[in-house]
Design a protein around this ligand. Sequence first.
Ligand code: C2G
Length: 447
Amino acid sequence: MIKVITYGTFDLLHYGHIRLLERAKSLGDYLIVGVTADDFDRSRGKINVQQSLMDRIEGVKNTNLADEIIVEEYEGQKIDDIKRYGVDIFTIGSDWLGKFDYLKEYCKVIYLDRTEGISSTDIRSQKRAHKMGLIGDVPFLVKFLKESQFVNGIDVVGIYSNNIEIIPDEMKNLPCITNDYEELLSKVDSLYIISHPFLHYEQIKQALEHGIHVLCESPIAIDPKQFDELNALAISNNCVLVDALRTAYSMAYERLMLFVKSGGIGQVKSVDATCTSIRNIDINNKTELARTWNSICDWGPTAMLPVFQLLGTNDVKYTIITNLAESNILYDNFTKIDFIYPHAVASVKVAKGVKSEGELIISGTNGYIYVPAPWWKTDYFEVRYENPENNKRYFYQLDGEGLRYELVDFIKQMDTLSHDKYISEKVSREIVNVISDFYNKKNIVEI
Ligand code: C2G
């Protein structure tokens, strides 16, 4: 009996896949199909897969061409599989020509002609081509634009800026470069906002009134009432309004949260997060100062995220201890927030005028999680127990600081009009609450 093996993602199964499987099957008597696990795809940079592993397996099964279906989970697994299943022929489409020649040591390798004119990528992008506009801090927008090119289904078509003369080269090809916000809004169906937090409310409101979906750097607003108003407006206008907090979308962070929530370190008693980045700013230059994000807006949402996601937003008391560099517009050099819950505590330290170790520590009754600096860009965390022999280390691929995954999630939310957000509204609102208290000098101690 001749055994044949082939691998693929088989997302949105199409004619090209079926033709490949038919030809693979006819090469022998028994066909094994390896379908890629979600993590494996993500780790090899394939982030746009639409269907779940189970749905993709179901698709392959329904072709009735596979005698056996397995899951491809790790780099190098093909060698293991070929040996384990006694495979005679490995086959794959010609888009991989030469890439799997190393398997010739174990079996025959056959590249089959790829079917032209059809691909999952085309199907995905035909399905969703959201036109996106950008607004805010231009240097970051350059990075954002670059990252958006890794994501299917989003087309950045314009930028709004007060200063269109100094648009960087990378952005000069955008079809719409304008200093007229209304003009941008008339050309897009979604918006990414990284303007100063004081501007968010008006800009978001106007966008939502035009039926435009919004992805906005956190905090979405600096007043909880305005936050509620914007969320209600989003729902009534069939739009999504999402916090852009890219740390939340890094795989290491997601896995860490799941690990802790499933009791991996027992009950959580303390969450301590520090985020700092020194920024030399001329305190006397009021214009510059008014444009610059202060420490609590810039870092607060990221630092508070694990606190609220793990300990919740109910029954929490807090004190904000701050060191202000400028007291009129409340530009803080350094802010520490101490949270007290009925059964746990938390602290966040955020600063743009003080440097510290940017780590995250989550302490539980059985052990603790340690995420080294800079934890907000993490691809790695450690679980540590009393007995060091039980310690575990976890590594995950992080591409584009989480921006790509954040965009993929935003697209999914726009397409499904889901208000079931990964960063829940409660968490998002509590972040706004704390920042609002800071501006209203409530629960605050100045040092
Ligand atoms: N294919 C094809 N014609 C197309 C599209 C895809 O012949 N128009 C083939 C591919 O060459 C591959 C198979 O169909 O052999 C599955 O394609 P994908 O789902 O895109 O998976 P891919 O990323 O190629 O996965 O480790 C290798 C991977 O598992 C291969």
